[in-house]
Design a protein around this ligand. Structure first.
Ligand SMILES: Cc1cc2nc3c(=O)[nH]c(=O)nc-3n(C[C@H](O)[C@H](O)[C@H](O)COP(=O)(O)OP(=O)(O)OC[C@H]3O[C@@H](n4cnc5c(N)ncnc54)[C@H](O)[C@@H]3O)c2cc1C
Ligand SMILES: NC(=O)c1ccc[n+]([C@@H]2O[C@H](COP(=O)([O-])OP(=O)(O)OC[C@H]3O[C@@H](n4cnc5c(N)ncnc54)[C@H](O)[C@@H]3O)[C@@H](O)[C@H]2O)c1
Length: 494
């Protein structure tokens, strides 16, 4: 039986990162993947959906500026767009696979092995691999990392066939733009696909929301902008509605909603997308004898370690945040914990996220909704994009920056939120400050490039320090600087 220092199960972003980090410690490592290298980080997930989003955004922007080119609305070629997405997937997956392959001819040749197959723990140190060959292979590992990710959560009452009623696994395989589509679940995936399909301008999108507004975890002022843009783009948002029936009839989807006031409505559309969360992949991953503790949300790990001391869990299979950057962070950290001596526990406070909507929303740290849930008092500065020269030059000043700091002398950064063009490229400096547990002075003194969106962040900081270029008293509605105590705002006067 072949022996390894570390066996990693799953070659999505978390497992791939873990295996590569293990080589830095010169450990004999085996990476096992049953399907596609890159996992949901590449296919039917992060990269593929972001390629659709980029292409949709390009299309929408081109359509908006047709006058500039003296053009009438041209037709749009679905197959060409779908092929472009396929090329992006192939490019990234090819790169990850080639990198693995090239390892064989490098100084890592004796350290890294890769197997294509379904892995299962038959004891705390033995892994059985089903490669499709007549006999299953069994290997021995000193340490094991589970990185088997997640899959879309199914609602058993819905007729999901991945052709007419789809999840994120099937949505990218359609033959053409559907004339209409209902999306069940107004969370991140649902809202991103609503943005993508409404942006191409070929699909009437319906979005079903249990509550009064989409993106229930997000701040109200952010959601207002996103909802307004969606509705201006023709999206029908069913608010306060409960899906009580969905059927496939004559190749189309018929669904019935019950609203909070007891009324009902029935609708007919070409396709449906179900995006109601994800489920961790752990079924049949270990024999009963192994007995890893798990809850419905996933493995409840202790700083990546499971209740079995030599077995670790990282990425979407765990019960915390499901993101590519978090999975990679956890994968690398687990290896450092196994073979090294990390100086501190994993922290999640400075995780940056982007929601690919119209416009994009970038965040780091806590938002106001979370701050209030935690009973925190804070200072908050907001600045409209119309005050930022780069946004004016872009000819699109829709958006704003919002910075939350502690309500004390130190003014440590609690969180930053930017909604608008270039939002994602502007938050990194703040993420670093949060992880260093720093106050805001550093940002006030830094010389930012001009014109850039980050100048808006600097202006927020200067507002909080009472030395801004624009004064909140004079530009009401565009900028503000307030305290929030017990959920009540009060303007700060210097
Ligand atoms: C539509 C969509 C859009 C997303 N967009 C973003 C985004 O913009 N930004 C972001 O940060 N995140 C995004 N995510 C989330 C992100 O894709 C996941 O958080 C990330 O892929 C998790 O990585 P992972 O390695 O833990 O799991 P996965 O990517 O799910 O990989 C797990 C791998 O393990 C393999 N596997 C499972 N069981 C076994 C077994 N028994 N034996 C061998 N192999 C096995 C699977 O085949 C898979 O390849 C998105 C997800 C979706 C679905
Ligand atoms: N840009 C990004 O970073 C990005 C993009 C896509 C996905 N992701 C990751 O993937 C994860 C999964 O995304 P998701 O959108 O599936 O989950 P989610 O948790 O963001 O949203 C699920 C939504 O479905 C709703 N819902 C649940 N049950 C329902 C029901 N029976 N009927 C109607 N609505 C129902 C919930 O209220 C919620 O709004 C995210 O949490 C995120 O971590 C990240």
């Amino acid at each position: 039986m072949e022996k390894f220092d570390l066996v990693v199960i799953g070659a999505g972003p978390s497992g791939y990162a873990a295996a590569m980090r293990s080589l830095d410690f010169k450990k004999k490592t085996l990476l096992i993947e049953k399907n596609k290298v890159g996992g949901a980080g590449v296919t039917n997930g992060a990269l593929s959906s972001k390629t659709w989003w980029e292409l949709s955004r390009e299309t929408a922007s081109f359509r908006k500026n047709l006058k500039r080119f003296n053009l009438k609305v041209p037709s749009i070629n679905y197959k060409e767009i779908q092929d472009e997405v396929a090329s992006a997937i192939e490019e990234r997956m090819g790169m990850l696979e080639e990198h693995l392959h090239m390892m064989k001819d490098s100084r890592y040749t004796d350290l890294l092995s890769f197997r294509k197959g379904n892995a299962r723990l038959i004891s705390a140190h033995e892994i059985e691999i089903d490669t499709g060959a007549y006999e299953k292979e069994i290997v021995w590992a000193e340490h094991i990392i589970l990185a088997t990710g997640s899959r879309p959560r199914y609602l058993p009452e819905l007729p999901i066939d991945e052709k007419i009623v789809m999840t994120s696994e099937g949505i990218e395989n359609m033959e053409d733009f559907p004339e209409s589509m209902v999306i069940v679940g107004a969370g991140v995936i649902g809202c991103e696909y609503a943005t993508i399909f409404s942006g191409f301008g070929k699909t009437k999108v319906h979005l079903i929301d249990k509550g009064a507004r989409i993106l229930p975890f997000e701040d109200e002022d952010i959601v207002r902008v996103i909802e307004r843009n969606m509705e201006n783009n023709g999206v029908l948002i069913h608010r306060n509605s409960r899906l009580i029936n969905m059927e496939i009839k004559h190749g189309r989807v018929e669904y019935t909603l019950e609203y909070d006031d007891g009324t009902k409505g029935t609708f007919n559309v070409a396709k449906a997308l179900v995006a109601v969360g994800r489920t961790p992949n752990y079924e049949e991953l270990w024999d009963d004898a192994v007995n890893i503790s798990i809850s419905k949300r996933g493995i409840e790990d202790n700083d990546t370690q499971t209740n079995i001391t030599n077995i670790y869990a990282v990425g979407d299979i765990t019960a915390d945040i499901s993101l590519v950057n978090v999975g990679e962070l956890e994968g690398r950290y687990a290896v450092e914990k196994i073979f090294g001596d990390p100086k501190r526990k994993l922290i999640y406070e400075n995780i940056s996220t982007i929601m690919f909507l119209n416009p994009e929303v970038a965040s780091v740290g806590v938002n106001e909704t979370q701050a209030r849930e935690r009973g925190l008092d804070y200072k908050v500065a907001t600045l409209d994009y119309s005050c930022i020269p780069r946004a004016i030059a872009k000819r699109n000043t829709q958006g704003f920056i919002k910075m939350l700091v502690t309500n004390d002398e130190q003014m440590k950064i609690l969180g930053l939120k930017i909604i608008g063009n270039h939002a994602s490229s502007a938050i990194q400096a703040v993420a670093l400050l949060i992880s260093m547990d720093k106050g805001i002075e550093e940002l006030a003194e830094c010389v930012h490039p001009h014109p850039s969106i980050t100048e808006g962040i600097q202006e927020c900081v200067r507002m909080l320090l009472g030395k801004s270029l624009f004064k909140p008293d004079a530009l009401k509605g565009k900028i503000s600087c307030r305290t929030s105590t017990g959920g009540v705002y009060q303007d700060i006067h210097f």
